[in-house]
Design a binder for this molecule. Structure first.
Ligand SMILES: [Zn+2]
Length: 130
């Protein structure tokens, strides 16, 4: 009968691992929700071409880097707005931004970039449908 008791152990461990994953994901969601940009999540993603600086808009679920519609190369990064020179600048992924404060600043003026801002009139809507 002691064999049965032992066989319960792995099941219990598997359950707790799933529980830990749940806590992990809940923690991630909570971390995102408490961010200062949480109330400013746009329903449109603003992208900028690292080569030309051209500004694109895309659905929020678009994979980054996104492909340039003309060159087909993944040069479109998420863009943040500079209120000083009124330009959208491409920014690196958020994990890089967290490590490197400089990455979230305008390369020209040194002003902190904002995740939202007025869209330029010449912004091109990216067609991401297959
Ligand atoms: Zn700037």
């Amino acid at each position: 009968m002691t064999v049965n008791k032992h066989s319960l152990l792995p099941v219990h461990l598997r359950m707790s691992r799933r529980l830990w994953m749940g806590i992990f994901w809940m923690g991630l969601a909570a971390g995102c929700g408490s961010g200062e940009t949480s109330n400013a999540i746009p329903d449109t993603l603003v992208l900028a071409d690292v080569k030309t600086g051209m500004v694109f808009t895309a659905p929020p679920e678009t994979a980054i880097p996104a492909k340039h519609p003309q060159t087909g190369k993944p040069t479109l990064l998420r863009a943040w707005y500079c209120p000083r020179c009124r330009t959208w600048h491409p920014v690196p992924p958020s994990e890089v931004l967290q490590r490197n404060a400089k990455a979230g600043k305008c390369p020209k003026t040194g002003v902190a970039l904002q995740p939202t801002g007025p869209l330029p009139a010449n912004a091109i809507a990216l067609d991401v449908s297959p």
